[in-house]
Design a protein around this ligand. Structure first.
Ligand SMILES: C[S@@+](CC[C@H](N)C(=O)[O-])C[C@H]1O[C@@H](n2cnc3c(N)ncnc32)[C@H](O)[C@@H]1O
Length: 315
């Protein structure tokens, strides 16, 4: 029997309400200028039908170059050349959709990155490569466990792009609080401890993958956490901007964009994943919280009690 604390969204299509399914767009409908929707279909076909130059921020979480099942649909590991062609294909379709000052983030594992990087470099300005230490990973007897992912930060223009660094500060516990003439240097003492709000680096170790007791968790095999997407969306877009995700999965990027008052459009081939995403989107009007992002800053792992205390004080 499933634990009461298990919040995973994993209903079947038979269990989905007809009203929920009706909210999902299909390629036969008018999709050209669709905003704030999920489209169920093949991105490679749908992207050709969308209006150009609308996207401020594209979040690309493509199938990594691995054998993987997505709701019964198989993605088969390709040769280096084939995966590079596959990547170039979605890039060619994406580029006309981007505004001149757009940013693009691409997710990958280390092995896929080796194949991906030369193609990204030919098409975009590579601004950075973020390492996400996602903590969980499958252990191996003959190799090091894979506990990292890459996130490539790309722009179309070398200088003209949005980057709101002050909106993505990380609140860190101060281990050795230093005082100068009796005054705290660069840190603050709060009811829950001594903290410093720091500028974020390209090493992210404060975000775990969604797990079963989190309301955002779904049955999707490679779901990204809302906290991770919130960092990207806050840094690289402004309220009212348009966020696009052509491999939307369970809708994590769309939900996070909606919570942060951005417009969004997602495309996903699996109707089941679209339904989970739409279900999550429908809940945004009741709950805009993003676990780990409280009081306008990103918190370290295992600080939920302190975050709750701060919010109780504020309320
Ligand atoms: C790595 S997962 C994305 C997970 C997503 N970021 C989330 O948080 O749930 C890639 C997704 O792309 C979808 N996909 C693969 N090829 C596609 C295509 N040609 N068109 C639309 N969706 C596709 C898969 O079904 C899968 O859900």
């Amino acid at each position: 029997m499933r634990s009461k604390r298990n919040k995973t969204i994993d209903f079947s299509l038979d269990e989905a309400s007809p009203t929920l399914l009706e909210q999902i767009l299909h390629p036969t409908e008018n999709i050209k200028d669709a905003w704030d929707r999920i489209i169920n279909g093949d991105s490679f076909k749908i992207m050709t039908a969308l209006s150009p130059r609308q996207v401020d921020l594209a979040l690309i979480d493509p199938p990594y170059n691995l054998n993987k099942q997505y709701d019964g649909l198989n993605f088969k590991k390709m040769t280096t050349g084939q995966y590079q062609k596959y990547t170039q294909k979605w890039i060619d379709l994406l580029k006309p959709l981007l505004k001149d000052n757009a940013s693009v983030y691409v997710f990958s594992d280390w092995a896929t990155s080796m194949v991906l990087a030369p193609v990204l470099e030919q098409n975009f300005i590579i601004q950075n490569r973020i390492t996400w230490q996602r903590e969980k990973g499958r252990g191996s007897q003959k190799n090091w466990k894979n506990g990292m992912e890459d996130i490539w930060f790309l722009t179309t223009d070398p200088n003209n792009y949005t980057f709101n660094v002050n909106q993505v500060k990380q609140r860190r516990q101060v281990i050795a609080p230093y005082k100068q003439d009796g005054v705290a240097k660069d840190w603050q003492s709060t009811s829950t401890g001594k903290f410093r709000d720091t500028l974020p680096s390209n090493f992210w170790d404060d975000i775990s993958i969604p797990y079963w007791s989190m309301p955002e968790n779904t049955g999707h095999p490679t779901q990204k956490p809302e906290k991770l997407l919130a960092k990207i969306i806050l840094a690289s877009s402004n309220p009212g901007d348009f966020v696009f995700d052509p491999f939307a999965g369970s809708g994590s990027s769309l939900v996070t964009a909606a919570k942060l008052n951005r417009h969004y459009l997602g495309i996903e081939q699996s109707l089941l994943y679209c339904a989970w995403g739409q279900y999550r989107l429908n809940q945004v009007k009741n709950d805009q919280s993003i676990q780990g992002y409280t009081d306008g800053v990103f918190w370290e792992r295992n600080t939920l009690a302190a975050q709750r205390k701060i919010m109780r004080h504020k309320n």
